[in-house]
Design a protein around this ligand. Structure first.
Ligand SMILES: *[C@@H]1O[C@H](CO)[C@@H](O)[C@H](O)[C@H]1NC(C)=O
Ligand SMILES: *[C@@H]1O[C@H](CO)[C@@H](O)[C@H](O)[C@H]1NC(C)=O
Length: 505
């Protein structure tokens, strides 16, 4: 009996090894929060028996034996320690127009590419034996087709799955063919709501067009140039985008402005929300003893609180002091949101924090700093689960009044609990869904049915801009001709009349 169980177990473990695929996971976005999001997916795949090689800017000690981190070292330092770079100062980025922010973002992507290519980690992967096979490549796509293109080229183009911790669906345009609906959805860097006036929509159209042109004419050629320095014979790097079978973005329709998705874009919003770890003892004690509730203050993992400046910090402390009964915690620790005594979350409105607050049903006061943080808080305000304040000038009185309103008016908590219920009400956990779709690609490595033809035909045709240009030109020519002919006829009559008169005279 024992023996047969042993044989069975042995058989199972062999089956797991055989079924386990060899997966390359590229996590090259220089942002801690993006790694926080990728982490559960890396481990989730490993838990299913896959052999995951994570080529990543951040690595972890003591991973399971089928997770192999290879670090692309020095990229964070190169990008954020450069005092001249706007990317090292999120507050100055917050003052930019969407044009500036979109450009700065593309520049950030190019920098991630440039410094990752220089890393020893990248060289290590490129030195893998020529016959080494990966069954699948997963790329955190936000920084574009750079390291992923090099890897796909080296390992004979295995199928590609794209993932992102971001919720801007239009960022999947180059590989899923997604649409930027300028009349409906504000660009992900645009501080606007769905109720855009005509002027907003004109600007939104320009932002979306600018973003597209930046990618096509600046980012991709630049990345191609950088990769080509290492691998001269590689095909144009942006063409590797077309290998993407499915895209898994951090999107959930219930918790953001709604917009249509392409069929191979599978929303896995909130996959980072895993069962929360038990709190450290001291925090647990503080949380348990706060009978009148706790308010959490956090600006996330990218913006350090010390960059706030004394004036802002004093204003925040001043506001906190006027609620002596309430326990305030100033900390980056989203696990606290799960505690029943947590009442309110004062946040920079980063996507992961916002999603976690919604998951746990905690209403928000948002201090958006830059980029998508505006749209996160704008959505939350719209559905009545949050109030928004300005980080540029923090006014203690205004903050006091806002905290008071949020703590006394039950509607925010009620709305948030309803939103939370809808966010959680899914057939499977977002992480399980992500893993299922990745395995779907492993099971169907050659299937391209879900991919949109939009990727092939490109932006101009897909949006029918060529047709619009043709119609515009046709209308312009026709009106020109009509006006010209009418004018001539009118002139002839007029002149003819004159001539007649002249003769008579
Ligand atoms: C698992 O990944 C590691 C690191 O890339 C590699 O050295 C090893 O050969 C892989 N194992 C299998 C069974 O493919
Ligand atoms: C609570 O807040 C909601 C949303 O701002 C508002 O409509 C409602 O009137 C407020 N209720 C009270 C009692 O102030």
């Amino acid at each position: 009996m024992k023996q047969s169980i042993l044989i069975l177990l042995f058989g199972l473990s062999i089956a797991a090894v055989i079924d386990g695929a060899n997966i390359l996971y590229i996590a090259g976005v220089a942002s801690k929060s993006h790694f926080i999001w990728n982490r559960p997916l890396i481990y989730g795949l490993a838990a299913r028996g896959h052999n995951v090689t994570a080529l990543s800017l951040q690595v972890e000690n003591n991973p399971p034996e089928n997770v192999h981190f290879i670090q692309m070292e020095g990229v964070y330092e190169a990008i954020f320690n450069d005092p001249k770079s706007a990317q090292s100062d999120f507050f100055s980025m917050g003052k930019m127009s969407p044009f500036g922010m979109l450009f700065e973002f593309e520049e950030f992507c190019v920098n991630c590419c440039r410094f990752s290519l220089k890393s020893k980690g990248f060289a290590e992967l490129m030195n893998y034996p020529a016959d080494f096979r990966f069954d699948l490549v997963i790329n955190d796509y936000l920084v574009g087709p750079c390291i992923s293109a090099a890897a796909l080229h080296k390992f004979s183009r295995p199928p590609l799955v794209l993932v992102t911790a971001y919720n801007g669906i239009t960022t999947s345009t180059p590989f899923a063919g997604s649409f930027a609906y300028s009349g409906l959805v504000p660009n992900h860097e645009f501080d606007a709501t769905e109720d855009m006036c005509f002027y907003d929509r004109v600007m939104n159209f320009f932002y979306n067009t600018w973003e597209h042109l930046l990618k096509e004419w600046y980012t991709f050629p630049k990345m191609d140039e950088l990769v080509r320095e290492k691998i001269p014979q590689i095909p144009y790097v942006a063409d590797f985008n077309k290998l993407a079978r499915v895209v898994l973005p951090n999107v959930n329709a219930a918790i953001q402005f709604s917009e249509p998705l392409m069929p191979n874009v599978i929303p896995v919003g909130g996959l980072q929300v895993v069962d929360s770890k038990p709190l450290p003892k001291d925090l647990q004690t503080v949380m348990n003893s706060a009978k009148n509730g706790v308010i959490l203050f956090s600006l996330g993992s990218n913006v350090r609180s010390d960059t706030l400046g004394t004036e802002r910090i004093m204003a925040i402390l001043d506001a906190m002091k006027s609620f002596p009964d309430i326990q305030f915690l100033w900390k980056f620790e989203n696990d606290l949101l799960a505690h029943p005594n947590m009442k309110l979350f004062i946040t920079h409105s980063g996507l992961l924090s916002t999603q976690e607050a919604i998951w746990h049903g905690i209403p928000l006061i948002g201090f958006p700093v830059f980029a998508d943080q505006y749209r996160n808080i704008n959505y939350c305000t719209k559905v009545g689960v949050a109030m928004r304040l300005s980080i540029v000038k923090i006014d203690a009185e205004e903050l006091k009044a806002t905290i008071h309103e949020m703590m006394t008016n039950a509607s925010y908590t009620q709305n948030m609990q309803r939103l939370s219920k809808v966010f959680r009400d899914q057939p499977e956990k977002p992480l399980d869904r992500a893993v299922w779709w990745i395995e779907w690609v492993l099971r169907n490595p050659d299937v391209t049915y879900l991919q949109s033809h939009a990727v092939e035909i490109g932006w101009l045709k897909k949006n029918a801009y060529d047709v619009l240009i043709f119609l515009f030109v046709a209308v312009a020519i026709t009106s020109h001709v009509i006006v010209g002919v009418t004018y001539r006829i009118a002139c002839k009559k007029h002149n003819g009349g004159k001539k007649l008169k002249n003769k008579q005279a």
